[in-house]
Write a protein that binds this ligand. Structure first.
Ligand code: PEP
Length: 250
């Protein structure tokens, strides 16, 4: 089964509008011949400016979070309609920083993913174990629980619009990467969880990224693994040249 890899930047809380314009102006020509799908998930305040610059390019526009309600008394939150109006195509849900610092749970991840799908926005659903979970041999149990939780009530017809990102939390922003074998093995566990839920065809078709200190040096080795279908890139997405070197890994 050949799956088109997707490499997405996660800018986190970085880049003003001015910096967004500078970064994307430099990036667009550098990645125009990419052989994979490319996306940048940017802070809410940068979405409109990024959308203007990315129109007509091969870089897809993404956001970093979404609320599940259509509208209402949710101060500080952003709805699917608001993102849709800005032509957002992808949205990260359940990033470990949201789980750790903002009380995100498997249930809210599921609600956010469903809200995105209901408006035609593709969720990048993040799963991954904490260091102590890895050290106590719970990695598989954690990613299976998170995967099962994220997909509750999601129709099989929607699966083509979902990307999963396996991000071991201890590897995010730390410079530590899972070995390509470990990453591949855990992604196979996640793929098997999708198989248990939706069957082999769906599991084989599901794109599952690796994320966690992925950069120009380790991208080729990680991408050579059979289960790894791209990357969610934090630090190495913040400079055009660095991100280009990840995107053009082959
Ligand atoms: C991330 O934020 O999803 C991430 C993987 O960050 P980094 O690449 O910096 O580890």
């Amino acid at each position: 089964m050949s799956r088109l890899p997707i490499i997405a930047g996660n800018w986190k809380m970085n880049n003003t509008i001015k910096e967004t314009k500078e970064l994307l102006t430099a990036l667009i020509p550098l990645v125009k011949d990419a052989k994979c799908e490319v996306a940048v998930c940017v802070p809410y305040t940068s979405i409109a400016a990024a959308g203007d610059l990315l129109r007509g390019t091969n870089i897809k526009l993404g956001a970093e979070n979404i609320h599940w309600a259509d509208k209402g008394a949710f101060t500080g939150e952003i709805s699917a309609d608001m993102l849709k109006e800005l032509n957002v195509e992808y949205v990260i849900v359940g990033h470990s920083e949201r789980r750790q610092y903002f009380g995100e749970t498997d249930e809210t991840v599921n609600k956010r993913a469903k809200a995105a799908l209901s408006k035609g926005i593709k969720p990048i659903i993040c799963v991954g174990e904490l260091l102590n979970e890895r050290e106590s041999g719970k990695t598989d149990e954690v990613v299976i629980r998170q995967t099962n939780g994220a997909f509750v009530g999601i129709d099989a017809a929607e699966l083509k619009n979902i990307v999963i990102a396996y991000e071991p939390v201890w590897a995010i922003g730390t410079g530590k990467t899972a070995t390509s074998e470990d990453a591949d093995k855990t992604i196979a566990v996640i793929r098997n969880a999708v198989k248990e839920l939706y069957g082999k065809g769906a599991a084989d078709a599901m794109r599952i990224q690796y994320g966690g200190s992925m950069n120009a040096k380790n991208v080729a080795e990680l991408m050579a693994m059979p289960n790894i279908d791209g990357g969610l890139i934090g630090g190495a997405s913040l400079k055009a040249e660095d991100f280009k070197n990840v995107v053009l890994y082959r």
